[in-house]
Design a protein around this ligand. Structure first.
Ligand SMILES: [Zn+2]
Length: 595
């Protein structure tokens, strides 16, 4: 019997996941998409004996597509594809309906249409010539590309008149919670929503829908509401209380607090406090706007006071990191893989990426950070600033150990490497999440554009004042990780043993020594200058002997490898930005900043 290669995809991915106001929305979108793709993948395996090549369906995060080999009659194929598609669409409808039923709401008109019209599911069967997997794989991918171009404009925003959803801005609002001043439902429908098809929940009515699921003044469409309330569906392994950005920013402070006040561990491990409230109290404002229960208010106040008593610093900044395997297209189509071994490579790659994804998921936890998705070659997660640099390096090193090295037997050129590039954004808890994610994508792109070999990272700091600082570097030069150098600079500044004024002085000096094209004529002058400036910016610590201080001043330039860093930077501005980011991180980690 003839075998077939089968490719199945669900789109859109990025907009579905990233239209998010909270980390919970983001996590729900990614989880839901994995769940739907798994539904189809499990079915082709259990009902039709299909053999999935990738991904490994046992992974918690799987991408929006899978590829399988199936051994069936040609006449059956169409109905198999249709059945898989139907099962996936039904599962999504079932989830949306379960949310409504479990919250005991009535479904507003137009809800079903929003749910039914959203996802585009595409699938293809292609006769599989076992002697030439590489060609078949390449054919099926290009066919899918062609189908997607044709159908790309299938989804359009709600064209009906009405107020659009607070999160996606595309579809009409279906659920709304009144604000304090709003009283009359009919007036609202007429004047605010231009539609009767909205389910309106009164201000301070929490019996059915809690504040966590819908804030006052928030209006959500069927999709965004389903994501927000996904914990009502009871799907195993779904985390109903995913850490907020405020909580992630406080992870390290809470860790220190637990060490000093074990009696507070009970509160900290519960969800009976509001992390965002700590920042509100720090700003001398009232908790009334964001917290309804008095117990939560009291606990938040207790934690705030305890942090203050122990002088534990914290910052309203946290980091988002996004990465993606470099040149995955070339790897998957076999351009860089030994002839005749592509199928085995795909199978081995699936396995290694699965190991890596599970490793990532189990190793990134409080207080370090949280994982939104870890699909193996791609990742999205949030980090507490105190752990960001170390975790970046660990991820990059582990990818090398767990994915790259074991797969080398398949590479055409033994010296070739599978790598990834990352976009990192350091942002304030008040900056909208969608804006931060756009920046993270943009930074990932800049990292990949560094040169043909990629293997780089780019960091942007989005300051609350609106100022933006960004830098891009390869992960390593010689055997040094750039992240280690940033850590070192930050810890010198943090420990008050190096004054951050050296950055400004360096910048002025460089500008003076550059010619009109931004080049230096004499490298040794630069090196001498950097050495002089950084050594003069050393500060003597209270407990430091004069000799030790002199020794430190003499060595600091070589220890921080500043001249080497400059040589490996694409420009002086990029180098100075790296130093400024190191300084910014040092101050935030120390917790000096005020909102
Ligand atoms: Zn929406």
């Amino acid at each position: 019997m003839l075998k077939y290669l089968f490719l199945f995809t669900i789109t859109p991915v990025q907009s579905f996941v990233e239209q998010a106001r909270k980390t919970q929305d983001l996590y729900a979108g990614s989880f839901l998409l994995s769940h739907l793709c798994r539904t189809a993948g499990n079915k082709i395996h259990s009902d039709y004996g299909g053999n999935i090549i990738f991904p490994d369906l046992k992974n918690q995060s799987i991408p929006n597509r899978f590829i399988a080999i199936i051994d069936r009659q040609e006449a059956e194929l169409k109905s198999i594809g249709e059945n898989l598609q139907q099962a996936t669409e039904d599962e999504f409808k079932k989830i949306a309906n379960t949310v409504i039923n479990n919250l005991k709401l009535t479904k507003p008109k137009g809800f079903d249409e929003q749910v039914e019209n959203y996802f585009a599911i595409n699938w293809i069967f292609l006769p599989y010539n076992e002697a030439d997997y590489k060609q078949c794989y390449s054919d099926i991918e290009s066919l899918m590309g062609a189908i997607k171009t044709v159908r790309a404009f299938k989804q359009f925003p709600d064209s009906e008149r009405g107020r659009k959803c607070s999160i996606c801005g595309e579809r009409n609002v279906k659920f709304y919670r009144m604000t304090k001043g709003e009283k009359d439902e009919n007036t609202l429908k007429k004047r605010k929503f231009f539609s009767n098809d909205v389910y309106i929940i009164p201000y301070q009515s929490y019996n059915q829908v809690s504040l966590r699921h819908l804030q006052s003044g928030e209006g959500l469409c069927a999709l965004c509401f389903t994501k927000r309330c996904f914990d009502k569906v009871n799907i195993p392994n779904y985390e109903g209380s995913f850490s907020s950005t405020a909580k992630i920013a406080l992870f390290e402070a809470f860790r220190q607090l637990k060490e000093r006040r074990s009696d507070l561990i009970g509160i900290l491990d519960s969800d009976k406090y509001e992390p965002q409230g700590i920042f509100i109290l720090k700003n001398n404002k009232s908790l009334d706007e964001i917290v309804e229960e008095s117990q939560i208010k009291d606990n938040t106040q207790t934690l705030y006071s305890a942090l203050k008593d122990f002088k534990i610093g914290y910052s309203p900044y946290y980091a988002v990191m996004l990465f993606d395997g470099d040149s995955m297209g070339e790897w998957l189509t076999g351009d860089r893989v030994k002839n005749g071994s592509l199928l085995d490579f795909h199978k081995a790659l699936t396995e290694r990426l699965g190991f890596f994804a599970n490793h990532v998921r189990t190793s990134i936890n409080e207080p370090k950070g949280v994982t939104v998705y870890a699909g193996g070659e791609d990742f999205l997660g949030f980090f507490n600033l105190a752990y960001l640099l170390a975790e970046m390096k660990t991820l990059r090193e582990n990818y090398d150990e767990i994915v790259n090295k074991p797969l080398k037997v398949f590479f055409k050129d033994e010296k070739d490497n599978m790598t990834f590039s990352a976009g990192i954004v350091i942002a304030h808890i008040k900056t909208p999440l969608s804006e931060i994610l756009n920046w993270a994508r943009k930074m990932e792109k800049e990292a990949k554009e560094i040169d043909n070999n990629k293997d780089a990272f780019a960091i942007a700091v989005l300051k609350h004042s609106g100022e933006i600082e960004k830098t891009v570097f390869k992960w390593r030069f010689e055997s040094n990780y750039i992240t280690d150098i940033i850590s070192l600079i930050a810890s010198e500044i943090n420990a008050d043993s190096l004054s951050n004024t050296f950055i400004k002085k360096l910048n002025q000096e460089m500008l003076r020594l550059m010619d009109k094209d931004g080049n230096f004529t004499e490298d040794w002058i630069i090196k001498t200058e950097i050495k002089r400036i950084v050594s003069r910016s050393c500060m003597r610590k209270d407990d430091e002997s004069k000799e030790a201080f002199e020794e430190r001043k003499k060595n600091i330039h070589d220890r921080l490898k500043l001249s080497r860093l400059l040589i490996h930077s694409k420009s002086v501005a990029n180098f100075i930005a790296l130093l400024n980011i190191s300084d910014f991180m040092a101050r935030q980690i120390k917790g000096e900043s005020v909102l």
